[in-house]
Design a protein around this ligand. Structure first.
Ligand code: SF4
Length: 286
């Protein structure tokens, strides 16, 4: 299935991408109450992970990271942030979810654990600031899932295969489309947002320090949030991606295959092999 196929189905039935995604799950044999209850469960976990590291500092098991969500939240609440209400809230949520993951807490992998902060941060910050109904938020999550499924089918969602563009890049595209969906944009606009996000994350390498999903992953989630918010905002304003979603995913696939293995989660390149990166590895593993 491609984005074009999805758009054709949406045009035929007048439904949104989220509604199409739910319908496809029903066609695969899951009942509507089951689908909605699973989405609601996921949203509850997302709500908890997005706030978990804001109330008190949360540290990773390795001791390499932690406390940044708490630090940023205090700065934000004191009114110092240079960002607007939604981006600042989304930054706090992304840090919290990613730090919760690094501390082995409960998260929703969307699409992966390393990129788990982007979709919840975007969906929760926008839905809370704009008072979006819970039902609509669940539909937006289903929309995000549909884009993830398309990327998985035509490229990859794994850093080990496609670099960080496959994880944070995919999450950013999923989040951008979900925002458009929540704000009442069209399916076409949702795919434009997804395509713009992918284009802006294309080529991003996977280079985790000490092989742990912490540095640069936690702050890279915040980068993915910024890309998603701006991509969605542009799409809602009517800005289109000259490269359609299906082509952007195809490019992501080819770029991922062209990346050397040192930049695909092996921790043998990029930030992982800087002097500071190697020092941190020694500190954790001796
Ligand atoms: S750098 Fe690698 S491990 Fe970290 S989030 Fe990106 S893809 Fe995942």
């Amino acid at each position: 299935m491609t984005a074009n196929d999805c758009l054709a189905r949406c045009r035929e039935t007048g439904c949104t991408l989220g509604a199409l995604s739910i319908r496809m799950e029903q066609e695969a044999g899951t009942s509507l109450p089951d689908i909605l209850s699973r989405l609601d469960d996921m949203l509850r976990v997302m709500e908890a992970e997005a706030e978990n590291a804001l109330r008190a500092p949360v540290y990773s098991v390795s001791g390499l990271t932690g406390g940044d969500g708490y630090l940023y939240e205090n700065y934000r609440k004191e009114g110092h942030s240079l960002l607007g209400e939604i981006p600042a809230l989304a930054t706090a949520y992304a840090l919290s979810a990613s730090e919760t993951n690094a501390a082995m807490g409960r998260i929703v992998a969307c699409p992966t654990a390393g990129s788990c902060g982007i979709v919840p941060a975007c969906v929760l910050s926008v839905s809370r600031a704009r008072k979006i109904d819970r039902e609509k938020v669940l539909e937006a999550l289903a929309c995000a899932g549909l884009l993830g499924m398309l990327i998985d089918e035509h490229a990859s969602l794994a850093g080990a295969q496609g670099g960080c563009q496959a994880e944070c890049g995919s999450a950013s595209a999923m989040a951008a489309a979900a925002i458009v969906e929540m704000m009442g944009g069209t399916p076409e606009q949702a795919f434009h947002a997804g395509a713009i996000a992918i284009k802006n994350m294309l080529g991003l390498v996977c280079d985790p320090v000490a092989g742990l999903v912490e540095i640069p992953c936690i702050k890279r989630n915040v980068g993915g949030v910024s890309v998603a918010l701006s991509a969605a905002d542009m799409a809602l304003a009517g800005v289109t991606s000259r490269i359609p979603f299906d082509d952007a995913v195809d490019a992501m696939n080819r770029v991922g295959k062209a990346l050397p293995s040192a930049l695909r989660e092996t921790a043998l390149g990029g930030l992982a092999t800087t002097e500071s990166g190697k020092e941190m590895r020694k500190k954790v593993f001796g």
